[in-house]
Design a protein around this ligand. Structure first.
Ligand code: ADP
Length: 324
């Protein structure tokens, strides 16, 4: 098109100049005198036109290539940026499936080998069979607990933005009191006394979320406590926030493990080494999801060998309404 435009410009310019040359007023007087019958023809330098066209073509080539390269790089960069959350999610799901299958395999392998050994035993007595069944029941319980935890974790992943969920004004204090009274039996069995200082404190959430959260924290506090110690559960409202503190005098968590305990399937070595405490390292991951889904935060203060204190802070009802 630019080339055609050049041709049009040349033709028009030629016609214009030729027209002017015919005009007696335009030509200098002495020229007309000297060549009165000279034909009027204006010759355009074709080389110049060709050169101009070539220059235009070259410039276009350079500019277009630059535009193509820049837009290509920009598109690549933007596509990478857009795809990042999706590829992160896919990686996360792959990791989750890998971790979950690994954890599921352990009790299944134990179950299978126990059954195989006993099946091969020709002198198996009724009491052996009973023992095998009890052992198998334990493994089945562990598997049920694990699959329930996995389901719970994925449910929180899928439930989306917490602002979209229907939440109501609930008194954290009364939910915590209910959990503590239900857990006191387990505490007694482990010689751990539950001490409370619970005030009325309202947040926007669901009773089920807070019930699960406090159950996980109190269960852990009892599980990792030393015998003949106390677990303190405190609930209060301060300024714009509601605090839930669960403190124990148990094995404690090392500085290195403090950030990792909220990761899925993470269990500190100290916890693994305690005989009789089984777990999959999913409780605190579920707790964290519940807290984040309700706009709260969790932190842990702990010293190895002395005990731990989990501190949960939620925005109060008035604060959440102000933000909306
Ligand atoms: P689980 O207790 O089933 O192993 P959790 O996700 O609830 O899984 O906890 C993850 C890890 O955090 C535990 O294995 C333990 O190492 C550590 N932990 C949690 N709560 C406490 C606590 N109160 N005292 C000491 N360690 C704890």
């Amino acid at each position: 098109m630019l080339s055609l435009e050049v041709d049009r410009f040349v033709a028009m310019q030629k016609a214009k100049i030729e027209r002017r040359m015919l005009d007696p007023e335009f030509l200098p007087y002495d020229m007309r005198q000297r060549y009165p019958n000279a034909p009027v023809a204006f010759v355009i330098d074709d080389d110049l036109v060709v050169e101009t066209k070539t220059r235009i073509a070259l410039s276009l080539l350079v500019v277009d290539s630059a535009i193509l390269a820049i837009s290509g790089m920009l598109a690549y960069f933007l596509a990478g940026k857009t795809m990042k959350p999706i590829s992160d999610m896919v990686d996360e799901q792959k990791r989750f499936i890998g971790d979950a299958s690994h954890e599921l395999r352990t009790p299944l392998t134990a179950l299978k080998s126990a059954i195989e050994v006993n099946l091969r035993d020709k002198n198996m007595t009724l009491s052996d069979a009973r023992e095998l069944l009890t052992c198998s029941m334990d493994q089945v319980d562990r598997l049920t607990h694990l699959s329930n935890s996995l389901l719970e974790l994925t449910k929180h992943d899928l439930s989306g933005n917490y602002e979209d969920r229907i939440r109501e004004k609930i008194n954290v204090g009364s939910v915590v009191e209910q959990v503590v009274s239900e857990m006191s039996n387990i505490g007694t069995q482990k010689k751990v006394a539950l001490k409370t200082d619970i005030k009325e404190a309202f947040i926007l959430s669901t009773s089920h979320d807070i019930y699960r959260l406090v159950t996980i924290l109190v269960e852990n506090a009892i599980k990792y406590s030393k015998p003949d110690t106390e677990v303190e559960v405190v609930v209060y409202s301060h300024k714009k926030h509601v605090h839930i503190n669960v403190k124990d005098h148990g094995i404690g968590i090392s500085d290195e493990d403090k950030n990792k305990v909220f990761d899925r399937f993470y269990r500190a070595d100290a916890a693994r080494n305690i005989h009789g405490t089984n777990g999959y390292g999913l409780g605190l991951a579920i707790a964290k999801k519940i807290i984040t889904a309700n706009g709260g935060k969790i932190s842990v203060k702990s010293k190895i060998g002395e005990g731990s204190e989990f501190v949960v802070i939620f925005p109060s009802v008035s604060e959440v309404k102000k933000q909306q």
